[in-house]
Design a protein around this ligand. Structure first.
Ligand SMILES: Nc1ncnc2c1ncn2[C@@H]1O[C@H](COP(=O)(O)OP(=O)(O)OP(=O)(O)O)[C@@H](O)[C@H]1O
Length: 291
């Protein structure tokens, strides 16, 4: 058992939308995440998987309280401080500096009218680092993430970059202040398969080199194996299973996890046999939300 002190401990975290904020109406508060417990240690890469709408993003966004209208209950312990109920100024110190987040669409994460250099250096300049030094660190980070001619590219605008290059820029901005944890919410979904692989490799490499913990959110179990140490599986707002990657693929416990693994298309599959869906696995095994 790993005895290193966790960086992040979610302890029975629940997230709900108050009645007046519910999209589409409905009576009472709507629970999106229910009593979820999870720990992440320094340098550890944890994948949070589950189908669309299972509550992965809401869990991740709640750690940094990016949606102030949501109600949180339970505990989010970051190092030695409690984030549930913490004042906004404390969260601002943690966001970007200690915990960074990257999202699916690199274009919306970048400001089209600011240069790449300004955006990658910004996490450092807002914390008072002199411009010249922040600029040099930004070049170093872009270079490290494989952006060719990084020094010249600092003057370019996001529109002049391809999707894959933009995601590298977003990663550079997220990592330049050397956070302890990166939350990556489907960062490769919008990229083509080849670029997707490059970005995942980079992420894994940076995590190893910088002892960076990563919470990686995805609905795609196929990309988890090469990246994560542990996998947490979510279904309808609940965590149904949490295992090491090897254990998850060799002996998944919950029917939903078996469904997720079994419904990934295989090259050696019989083309005349219909692929079983997650729902097929769930109905044959009479599964409910809980393990
Ligand atoms: N204000 C709201 N009112 C009603 N439902 C909401 C509200 N905000 C979020 N939800 C619902 O919460 C559920 C969980 O969303 P979340 O984005 O966390 O899912 P996800 O697992 O990350 O899925 P995806 O992979 O599609 O992003 C979704 O079904 C979403 O529609």
């Amino acid at each position: 058992m790993d005895t290193t002190t966790p960086l992040l401990t979610l302890d029975r975290l629940s997230v709900s939308v108050p009645e007046r904020e519910r999209i589409g109406g409905g009576v009472g508060d709507l629970t999106l995440v229910e009593e979820l417990s999870l720990q992440i240690r320094p340098g550890e890469r944890v994948a949070l998987v589950g189908e669309s709408g299972s509550g992965k993003s809401m869990t991740a966004r709640s750690i940094l309280r990016l949606d102030p209208h949501l109600r949180l209950a339970g505990s989010i312990r970051w190092k030695d401080q409690e984030l549930v109920g913490a004042p906004e100024r404390r969260l601002r110190r943690v966001r970007g500096r200690e915990i960074s987040m990257i999202f699916q669409d690199p274009m919306t994460a970048l400001n089209p009218v600011l240069t790449i250099g300004e955006q990658v250096a910004e996490p450092l300049t807002v914390r008072g680092m002199p411009k010249r030094k922040a600029h040099a660190k930004a070049v170093e980070m872009l270079d490290r993430l494989g952006v060719p001619k990084a020094k010249e590219r600092m003057r370019a605008y996001p529109g002049q970059f391809s999707g894959g290059m933009r995601q590298r820029v977003v990663m550079a901005a997220a990592l330049v202040a050397q956070p302890d944890l990166l939350i990556a919410d489907e960062p490769t979904t919008a990229l083509d398969v080849r670029v997707q692989e490059q970005v995942l490799d980079l992420l894994e490499e940076q995590s190893r080199e910088m002892n960076l913990a990563v919470l990686f959110i995805t609905h795609d179990l196929g990309i988890v194996a090469g990246l994560a140490h542990r996998v947490a599986v979510m279904l309808r707002g609940c965590l149904v299973e949490e295992r090491t990657v090897d254990d998850l693929f060799t002996c998944p416990e919950h029917p939903y996890t078996r469904g997720l693994i079994g419904s990934v298309p295989r090259l050696d599959a019989d083309p005349d046999v219909r692929l079983k869906t997650v729902a097929d696995y769930m109905s044959t095994e009479g599964a409910t939300t809980h393990a």
